[in-house]
Design a protein around this ligand. Structure first.
Ligand SMILES: [Zn+2]
Length: 171
C-alpha cells in the first residue's frame, strides 16, 4: 500500500525524468519545455501523483485537501495568472473537496471514480487548459498513471473504465 509520500516521491522522479528528456530540445532551440515557469510543472506533478486518493476518507487525505487549497490560494496571489485561470483553479479544488465530502470512504477497498483513467484524463485536460500547456497534460497523465500503478490498481482501473463507458454509451 503506497502512501502520500511514496506517491509524491515517485511523481517527482517521473517529472524530473520527463524534464531531463525534454532538455535536449534546447540544443535545437525547440524549447518544448518552458523552464521559466517551473511552478506550472511542479504543481500538476504534486497534485496528480495523489489526486486519486480523494476518494479515501483516511485521516491522511485531509493533508491532500489542505494541499489543494494552499495551492489554489497561492495561485490566487500570483499576478501572472489571469483571473479566469484563478477562478478555474478554485472551481477545480472546490469540486475535489465536494467529492471528498460527499463520496469518500474510510477504506482502500472502496476505490471509486477518481481511481479510473477517465477521471485522470478529464482532470488532466482541465488542468492543461488552465495552464495552456501540452507538457502539463503529459506530466499530469504520467503522474496520475504512476499513482494507479503504485496502487497496483491498473487492471481494476481499466475494468472500471470499461464499465463506466459501457453504461454511458448505452444511453
Ligand atoms: Zn490511490
Amino acid at each position: 500500500m503506497s502512501n502520500f509520500g511514496t506517491h509524491l516521491f515517485i511523481g517527482l522522479v517521473v517529472t524530473i525524468t520527463l524534464i531531463l528528456l525534454f532538455l535536449p530540445s534546447y540544443i535545437f532551440n525547440l524549447e518544448i519545455l518552458k523552464l521559466d515557469n517551473l511552478i506550472s510543472i511542479l504543481i500538476p506533478s504534486f497534485v496528480f501523483s495523489n489526486i486519486p486518493d480523494v476518494d479515501n476518507k483516511n485521516a491522511k487525505i485531509s493533508r491532500y485537501l489542505i494541499m489543494f487549497f494552499i495551492i489554489s490560494l497561492i495561485l490566487f496571489f500570483i499576478n501572472s495568472i489571469a483571473l479566469w485561470q484563478r477562478i478555474a483553479i478554485s472551481i477545480f479544488s472546490g469540486l475535489l473537496v465536494l467529492y471528498y465530502l460527499l463520496f469518500a470512504e474510510d477504506s482502500y477497498d472502496h476505490r471509486k471514480f477518481p481511481h479510473t483513467f477517465t477521471f485522470g484524463l478529464i482532470t488532466s485536460i482541465f488542468i492543461s487548459i488552465i495552464f495552456g500547456s501540452m507538457i502539463v497534460l503529459l506530466i499530469a497523465l504520467v503522474c496520475f498513471s504512476s499513482h494507479i500503478l503504485l496502487d497496483n490498481h491498473l487492471f481494476e482501473a481499466i475494468d472500471k473504465d470499461k464499465k463506466l463507458w459501457a453504461r454511458l454509451l448505452k444511453r
